[in-house]
Design a protein around this ligand. Structure first.
Ligand code: GLU
Length: 488
């Protein structure tokens, strides 16, 4: 029987979880689920200078937001721990010593200045940048002696002849010229391993069978394969996921887009929409399926349906999906979302708890209309607090026609007064306001913006007749009269 599929999500705790990282984790999760395997979460914190307090928590939170659970790792433990690299230093030192003993690693004493100069010279001569191997020659005993008093790093001795071929599960065989490789650092002068060494040791110890990671690591493939070979360890399978790009085809970056995964939660995207969106970034089920649930994705996912080409991070598509999932929510679930977001976003001076009946009444009016949950409060705030707007807004959509605005408001006041308090309900309100078309001899859309502004403080919003009905007769009349007064 072959070993169970095991893969790992290995973020560096350098800040917020990136949407690209979340997509990687999602594919890894689906891959292990579809194969009855296990997902390991490992924190790669060997670059201590880039460590950001709180990142691990926010990474875990981001994964859980989408429903991604890990079988081993921080917060859940497991038999291969610790799962934080800074707590595994002895393991890296042991393997580094073994590589030295095998003649595949050596100490390097070159200073930062020398390396900078080397890079400059290589640039000038049009050569590929890389370490020139100067310290390779130092006899090991002498190097150990010097290392007692001089700062040094440990470098891996790359075989620079021939080629290295990486069989990638997404791209097929990718072949690299070894002559373009250099002796890279595996242990830094501060005693911390670099990514390459730490990854080698951990993936081996943690019995990782499949390394599924971002495309940016593909170029490091030859280093990793040679490391495995040097240790006589079988290499895992590799799959490099396509990069995410913006509409201009550039790698998604903080400058161009919102890349923090949890910002999407905080801006009112539903996790099911985000999951559906990310699932199709580089993967497809067939040529027509566009909607997928977490459960189905985790059942049908295969790496061979991932394509190598960059995937367009199309926020419009995400918006459309979010709208789709909002409309699909059961009324009660939707009401709970609305209540939560109103509580979060309405100004603090509106007393809490909010009027529950009003929330229940307005929720259905929103479900057909919003794309993101952070739009909710802005759309219905007028029901909880008096809107404040400049008089000009009343005529903004009717070409500044103050006369028409005044006539509209006067007719509306009369029409609403004509609805008896005991008959107050959406239908009579609608009939009354529609009668304005005859009174003004104009189509509703020619003047309705005036009423929107008077009632809601904005020229458009949720349905007007329902809103007027929800406000109540006295409040609606007050607002219409206040608007009329503003025009004077
Ligand atoms: N720590 C690396 C990163 O955050 C992990 C890459 C990998 O999956 O091996 O990009």
């Amino acid at each position: 029987m072959s070993a169970p599929v095991r893969t790992r999500f290995a973020p560096s705790p350098t800040g917020d979880l990136h949407v690209g990282g979340l997509r990687t984790a999602l594919f890894q999760w689906a891959f292990v689920k579809a194969n009855g395997g296990e997902l390991v979460l490992r924190i790669e914190d060997t670059d201590q200078s880039r460590y950001v307090e709180g990142s691990v928590e926010s990474i875990c939170e981001g994964l859980r937001w989408l429903g991604i659970e890990w079988d081993e790792g921080p917060e859940v433990g497991g038999p291969h721990g610790p799962y934080v690299q800074s707590e595994r230093l002895e393991k890296y030192h042991a393997v580094a010593a073994e590589l030295q003993a095998r003649g595949r690693a050596y100490r390097c004493f070159c200073t930062a200045e020398r390396l900078a100069q080397l890079r400059k010279d290589q640039q000038k001569d049009g050569l590929a940048p890389g370490y020139d191997g100067r310290c390779r020659q130092i006899p090991p005993e002498e190097a150990e002696e010097r290392a007692r008093t001089e700062p040094s790093v440990l470098r891996f001795r790359m075989d620079r002849t021939g080629v290295t071929t990486l069989p990638d599960l997404i791209r097929g065989d990718v072949t690299f010229q070894n002559s373009l490789q250099d002796d890279f650092v595996i242990l830094k002068s501060d005693g911390f391993p670099t990514y390459h060494l730490a990854m080698l040791v951990d993936d081996h110890d943690m019995e990782i069978t499949h390394v599924v990671r971002a495309e940016e690591w593909l170029a490091s493939g030859p280093k990793h394969l040679q490391l495995y070979e040097a240790m006589d360890w079988p290499a895992p399978h590799f799959a490099h996921l396509p990069v995410l790009v913006d509409s201009k085809g550039r790698k998604l970056s903080k400058r161009e887009a919102d890349v923090a995964a949890l910002d999407y939660r905080d801006r009112g995207y539903l996790p099911e929409a985000m999951l559906n969106f990310l699932a199709f970034l580089g993967w497809s089920l067939d040529d027509h399926t566009t909607h997928i649930t977490a459960g189905e994705f985790a059942r049908v996912f295969t790496l061979d349906r991932v394509v190598p080409n960059p995937a367009f991070f199309d926020v419009e598509r995400l918006d459309a999906l979010n709208g789709h999932y909002i409309r699909a929510l059961a009324p009660e679930a939707w009401r709970e979302h609305v209540a939560g977001w109103l509580d979060r976003d309405l100004p603090a001076n509106i007393p809490r708890p909010l009027d529950a009946d009003l929330v229940t009444a307005v929720a259905p009016l929103l479900q057909e209309r919003v794309t993101r949950l952070d739009e909710v409060a802005g759309l219905v705030r007028f029901l909880f607090a008096l809107p404040d707007y400049p008089a000009e807004l009343l005529t903004e959509r009717i070409g500044g026609d103050t006369g028409l605005a005044a006539r509209t408001l006067e007719a509306a006041i009369a029409a609403v007064e004509g609805v008896a308090p005991e008959a107050w309900a959406p239908e009579p309100v609608e009939a009354a306001l529609r009668s304005l078309q005859d009174a003004l001899d104009l189509k509703l859309r020619k003047f309705v913006s005036v009423l929107y502004v008077a009632i809601m403080g904005a020229p458009r919003g949720i349905p007007l007749f329902d809103s007027v009905a929800l406000l109540g007769r006295d409040e609606a009349l007050d607002r219409l009269r206040a608007a009329r007064a503003k025009l004077a």
